[in-house]
Design a protein around this ligand. Structure first.
Ligand code: UDP
Length: 369
């Protein structure tokens, strides 16, 4: 178990599963507990068959600085005890930053999966996390050429960067249920293919400001008068909607609990349109060939904009963009289904596993401990 894979949230489980599988017994999964609850973590470990991870304590639900510092000390103990020879982190979470700092403190080679994303929006903690992780990483796995160019523009040497594609592409390929299983699930939920909108909302910029949350839920509620809107409700969004007295806006929506990954993909594959502020969903729609309205002030994934996705701020622009996109209909979806994903070819995890094998064999530490 020489490669520590440090993760803590739902999207990291989605995007690291294939790499963990390829690493086999070499992988030591360390879960910081940023999300430990069943809906956002436990069921994904089971669904993906990830071996029982080493679990840290005292992280979930804490302020950002406490999450990072609580994880850091425990990660140091894990790295000190184990035969760890390299550390892998993914994306831009507090778990990933803690993993990067702990690797650096122990002079362990650090591999950053999904390096080089930039929103250039300094209001987002994720932007600070990704910049810091990229400064520390020894191997930067850029998903796209644009991600590589972002890193080069910041002075990262070319020999530290590999353009690998995004591991989400193979996650979708591997986890998407069969057509018959998907259609059975739609039928169970009283939905028809291409006859509904699938929405997710959980980013603080949409949930923590009651005016923004009212705007987003209000636009979705108005849209639901025309087309069914399915909303797997993130626990944070539910709590904020209740606190802000906005639950009446949920009534016209088909609210569900957060879905398992396969169930989510089954619905996403047949949604006429997705509306989301999620990072991963911006990538997944390009594999599934579905249109998306991104509800955010900025995005670090411009590759999806244009053909697949439209970026709108919370407010009336959301409803306008959704109706405009829905009106384009089946021809639009057929066109998207024929386009390649800008996020990769489904081999990213293989490439990263190969890089790790070389790294562990060489045992190249950035400096002597
Ligand atoms: N997802 C899921 N069930 C849901 C909603 C989302 O499995 O009910 C998946 C989604 O397909 C994507 C990931 O969760 O792969 C995204 O997680 P999230 O939006 O929490 O994080 P982000 O990608 O924005 O960092």
């Amino acid at each position: 178990r020489s490669v520590a894979v440090v993760l803590g949230t739902r999207p990291e489980l989605v995007k690291l599963t294939e790499l963990i599988r390829l690493l086999g017994p070499a992988a030591h999964v360390v879960h910081t507990g940023q999300h430990y609850d069943e809906e956002l973590s436990g069921r994904f470990l089971a669904e993906f068959g990830i071996p029982e991870p080493t679990r840290l304590t005292g992280v979930g639900g804490q302020p950002r600085a406490v999450q990072i510092s609580a994880a850091l000390g425990q990660l140091d103990a894990v790295f000190r005890a184990g035969p760890t020879r390299a550390v892998v982190v993914q994306g831009d979470t507090n778990a990933a930053l803690a993993g990067a700092l702990a690797a650096n403190a122990r002079a362990l080679p650090l591999v950053h999966v999904e390096a080089g994303l930039r929103s250039h929006d300094r209001n987002m903690p994720e932007e600070h996390n990704r910049v810091l992780i990229d400064r520390l990483a020894d191997v930067l796995c850029a998903a796209t050429p644009q991600n590589r160019d972002n890193l080069r523009a910041e002075g990262v040497p070319a020999d530290r960067i590999a353009v690998t594609g995004n591991t989400v592409v193979e996650a979708v390929h591997r986890q998407l249920p069969s057509a018959s299983a998907r259609l059975a699930q739609l039928a169970r939920r009283g939905l028809t293919a291409d006859g509904f909108v699938l929405a997710t909302v959980h980013r603080p910029e949409n949930t923590d400001d009651p005016a923004a949350l009212r705007a987003v839920l209000g636009e979705l509620a108005a849209l639901a008068a025309e087309t069914p809107v399915v909303l797997p409700l993130h626990p944070r969004t539910r709590a904020r909607a209740e606190a802000a007295g906005l639950t009446d806006l949920l009534a016209p929506l088909r609210v569900t609990r957060p879905l398992g990954y396969r169930d989510f993909l089954a619905l996403a594959r047949h949604a006429a349109l997705l509306v989301s502020d999620s990072g991963g969903v911006q990538e997944e729609v390009t594999v599934l060939g579905r249109p998306l309205v991104v509800v955010r002030n900025s995005t670090e994934r411009p590759e999806a904009l244009g053909d697949f996705a439209t970026l709108v701020a919370p407010g009336p622009a959301l409803g306008r963009a959704a109706r405009e996109r829905l009106a384009r209909g089946a021809a639009d979806r057929a066109r998207l289904a024929a386009l390649p994903s800008p996020f990769g070819d489904g081999r990213a995890s293989h490439r990263i596993a190969g890089l790790l094998t070389g790294l562990v064999a060489e045992r190249t530490a950035p400096y002597a401990a």
